[in-house]
Design a protein around this ligand. Structure first.
Ligand code: G4P
Length: 534
């Protein structure tokens, strides 16, 4: 029973956004509410600063900090809240996609001025693959942004999800008055404050209550009444089941920097967001409440500091209770291992843990035994699914600059790609090695690490491809024929699955039309996902 109690307390989620929409600020405000930090600015350093894009060592330093804040946990109103941090930098997008496989829900932050941006759409696509429940927070209402109704339309259209506002803004920018809660008829009045948690809440009986006009003025009261009338007419009432199925996103408005509109969202989040439940493994579905422990590795962080060459594998616990120093079964290598210093990371502090429960993430010191996606269990042969590779956007061929170090180069590339730094594809003839990433930065990281950790010298020759598609076909003959005809754009991933590289969307359209019986998938785990373009 203790296990079930621990599970029902937990909410494991990520805050995601296009860079600059306010993810870091919102994360920080949640931590302030949770008492995990006491001053604003404490997690600011977690953000990879834009000024540093050309200097990857600087970024690595910052990434080092981000390891410390990889999971930010705190207790709030009887709940255990685990926020999984995702890197804001676009070049680390794949890291973010993988982290999303380890959460039970997300809060998506949208800037009210910019609306839905490129990365917002991509992140939402990843959420849709697992039907992850999404809450949307429209941020920066203290600034003049888009009309809230237009924003809702944009969200529905571009993110392909039904939305339901749960709070509603009264004006915005200079004349922003606050938000009205559509579910408990409260008016939360806006007071700009970067440090104080806004508490100026007025309870009103209904929208005809005369108190409202006294608080926000006649003009805004009239507009609020009209808006609410429209909302009730246009949007279905909030439906918990649809939200939990990932089909309906409740929407909140506020201003993260001003601590405004956040408490309502946090408290609603705790009420509606799902606790850890079940997860698909290749062999069967595993319930969080099963007594036996299991979990999977979704992220590996290598330390670039030559004095501390350790790696940390991040394990999401899926079922049972994890205990320090107990032997567990590594299902890929079929070895038993135990961990004597499993760690949690909380707001810049690492601490040793004795036990952890489903929904928790533990850091395991790793000397090279883990690969992204590895499963640990108490002996059962389980392989968790749902940690796919996504199509990279930049492709380069590896060139060996020192023939005497060929072995080192191969080993280095093998290991770095297992860590998830980049994806490796092999092309025939000649065993050509092609590295795929979502950002240029990874090539600097790989080159540096190959040289410093493996003593290998490499260069990368840019290729004209922009997307990889995992391919299947109705018949083997069709697949063979396609591979033969398109051999210069075919390579094999690390599991030896054939992949087609495309140069642009326009060409791809033509290829898709002409390739009868061939199916193109933008993730490696196409069997488990609906077809979604990232
Ligand atoms: P990110 O993690 O999503 O990239 O965004 P972050 O929280 O760092 O916020 C991006 C910028 O937007 C920051 O300004 C931040 O202060 C600002 N911001 C966040 N929430 C609000 C809000 O509610 N209203 C307004 N007006 N601005 C907001 P910056 O100038 O880039 O950084 P800083 O100098 O303030 O740290």
């Amino acid at each position: 029973m203790e296990l079930e109690k621990e599970i029902s307390k937990r909410r494991t989620f990520a805050i995601i956004s296009h860079p600059d929409a306010g993810k870091t600020t919102l994360t920080e405000k949640f931590l302030l509410f949770g008492g995990a930090i006491v001053t604003a600015g404490a997690v600011k350093s977690n953000k990879i600063r834009k000024t540093a894009t050309s200097d990857f060592m600087e970024i690595e330093k910052q990434r080092g900090i981000s390891v410390a804040t990889s999971v930010m946990g705190f207790d709030y109103q009887g709940h255990r809240v685990n926020i999984l941090d995702t890197p804001g930098h676009k070049d680390f997008a794949e890291d973010t996609y993988r982290t999303l496989t380890a959460v039970d829900s997300v809060i998506l932050v949208v800037d009210c001025i910019k609306g839905v941006e490129e990365q917002t759409e991509k992140l939402m696509n990843v959420c849709r693959m697992r039907n992850t429940p999404v809450i949307i927070f429209i941020n920066k209402m203290d600034r003049e942004g888009k009309d809230p109704f237009d924003l809702l339309d944009e969200l529905q259209e571009k993110l392909q999800i039904h939305v339901r506002p749960l709070t509603w803004p009264v004006s915005q920018g200079e004349s922003f008055k606050g938000v009205y809660s559509l579910y408990n008829n409260q008016m939360n009045l806006f007071e700009p404050s970067k440090t104080k948690i806004s508490e100026n809440i007025a309870e009103i009986d209904n929208l005809n209550d005369e108190k409202i006009a006294a608080l926000i003025g006649e003009r805004f009261t009239e507009k609020l009444r009209e808006d609410v009338h429209l909302i009730e007419g246009v949007f279905e009432p909030f439906n918990l089941e649809l939200y939990r199925d990932g089909l309906l996103a409740p929407v909140f408005f506020g201003s993260a920097i001003n601590n405004f509109g956040i408490r309502e969202m946090l408290e609603t989040f705790l009420e509606i967001a799902p606790p850890p439940s079940s997860r698909e493994a290749v062999e069967r579905e595993v319930l969080a409440s099963e007594n036996k422990f299991s979990g999977f590795v979704f992220k590996i962080h290598a330390n670039l500091d030559p004095n501390h060459r350790d790696r940390i594998a991040f394990l999401r616990i899926c079922s049972g209770r994890f205990e320090r120093n107990k032997f567990y079964f590594h299902t890929r290598t079929e070895k038993k291992i135990r961990f004597n210093n499993p760690t949690t990371f909380m707001a810049n502090e690492k601490s040793l843990i004795e036990e952890a429960y489903p929904g928790d993430v533990v850091g395991l010191y790793d000397n090279g035994i883990f690969k992204i996606g590895d499963t640990l269990s108490e002996g059962e042969m389980l392989h968790y699914t749902g940690i796919p590779s996504f199509s990279p956007e930049i492709f380069k061929e590896v060139e060996n600059r020192d023939p005497f170090k060929t072995k080192q180069l191969e080993k280095g590339i093998q290991q770095l790609t297992e860590e998830g730094v980049a994806q490796l594809f092999t092309q025939q003839p000649g065993n050509r090695k092609i590295i795929g990433t979502v950002g240029e930065l990874q090539f600097d990281v790989i080159k540096f690490r190959l040289e410093h950790e493996y003593g290998a010298k490499s260069d990368f020759r840019p290729l004209n491809f922009t997307k990889a598609y995992w391919i299947t076909a109705d018949t083997n003959a069709q697949l063979d024929q396609f591979i033969t005809h398109r051999s210069n754009a075919i390579a094999y991933d690390k599991e030896n699955r054939p992949v087609y590289f495309s140069e642009n969307d326009w060409m791809m359209k033509l290829i898709k039309q002409s390739a009868v019986g061939i199916h193109f998938h933008t993730t490696s785990e196409f069997n488990h996902w609906e077809k979604t373009e990232i």
